[in-house]
Write a protein that binds this ligand. Structure first.
Ligand SMILES: Nc1ncnc2c1ncn2[C@@H]1O[C@H](COP(=O)(O)O)[C@@H](OP(=O)(O)O)[C@H]1O
Ligand SMILES: CCc1ccc(OS(=O)(=O)O)cc1
Length: 284
């Protein structure tokens, strides 16, 4: 198991992260045709990747069933991911958990399409705890209580949820950014896929739409070894202890957080999110 994070500019990262994030930020050229999935970890990133990949193939599942998800939409912040992105033809598809101030600055003058997925941070904590305790590429929490404290202090991979979401939300209103929530996907997956495909400029016919919907259910992704993380190399994850497609529900935090933790979380949440307008999040 790894013993500590890789710290860059005061933010903890997995040790698979590119050491020189500043060169990535200043040197990587985002193209207008790029489709980028952005998120804070455990927010439904892989769900969005599956949806955008299936929209790209107009519902044909052969790509998502034959290529692992991290090669279909690689992580820009890992050396292996970056290498794959640089070999992709247009339109490129990639993913990132980077906070806004570390993302390649060329994005902000490009027309690249960005989908930022958000999730109730209480559920992000629970999902993150179960995932991060199995990761060999980061510091592992010894208990939920410990992970909860780390999360509130931003001492988890990719830093503070509050800074990440607050930072990227500054881009709201830009026509090449779509902000969507895990809860919205749950509430109405058909309307969500329609919204995403419209945003990407791909009109799907009813059969294509039905096929996308069929392959992005929790069960379909859980059964797809290209999407369920079972093929992540053993050096990254303790597979004996890991279920990436764990529960896939909204509101699991109610089964895990104590009353005291809920109150402590709410105090920090109110303080950190005070500057944002009401009504932005479905969980409020
Ligand atoms: N098709 C789907 N439907 C519902 N939840 C999904 C999903 N695909 C992935 N997830 C959930 O998204 C979370 C992982 O997020 P990310 O992709 O950002 O790492 C996990 O949450 P849980 O741990 O709560 O089950 C996982 O189960
Ligand atoms: C592909 C290996 C992988 C991907 C994502 C991981 O974690 S996180 O989403 O960045 O928290 C870990 C391993």
């Amino acid at each position: 198991m790894a013993t500590d994070y890789l710290w860059i500019e005061g933010i903890p990262f997995h040790w698979t992260t590119i050491r020189d994030l500043r060169s990535l930020r200043d040197g990587f050229l985002v193209r207008d045709q790029d489709v980028i999935t952005l998120s804070y970890p455990k927010s439904g990133t892989n769900w969005i990747k599956e949806i955008t990949n299936l929209i790209h193939t107009r519902g044909d599942p052969s790509w998502v069933q034959s290529v692992v998800s991290w090669e279909r939409s690689p992580w820009i912040e890992t050396p292996e991911g970056l290498e794959l992105i640089e070999k992709q033809g247009d339109p490129r598809s990639y993913t990132s958990h980077l906070p806004v101030h570390l993302f390649p600055t060329s994005l902000f003058t490009s027309k690249a399409k960005v989908i930022y997925i958000m999730r109730n941070p209480r559920d992000v904590i629970v999902s993150g705890y179960h995932f991060h305790k199995t990761l060999k590429i980061t510091k592992n929490p010894s208990s939920f209580e410990e992970y909860f404290e780390w999360f509130l202090r931003g001492n988890v991979p990719f830093g503070s949820w509050f800074d990440h979401v607050g930072g990227w939300l500054q881009m709201r209103g830009k026509e090449n950014f779509l902000f969507i929530s895990y809860e919205e996907l749950h509430q109405d997956i058909r309307a969500s896929v329609e919204k995403i495909s419209r945003f990407l400029g791909t009109e799907l016919n009813p059969e294509e739409m039905d096929s996308v919907l069929q392959h992005v259910t929790f069960q379909a992704m859980k059964d797809n070894k290209m999407s369920n993380f079972s093929l992540v190399p053993d050096i990254h994850i303790d597979h004996s202890n890991m279920r990436f497609m764990r529960k896939g529900i909204a509101g699991d935090w109610k089964n895990q957080l104590t009353v005291a933790q809920t109150e402590a979380f709410d105090r920090v949440y109110r303080e950190k999110m005070a500057g944002l307008p009401p009504g932005l999040f479905p969980w409020d």
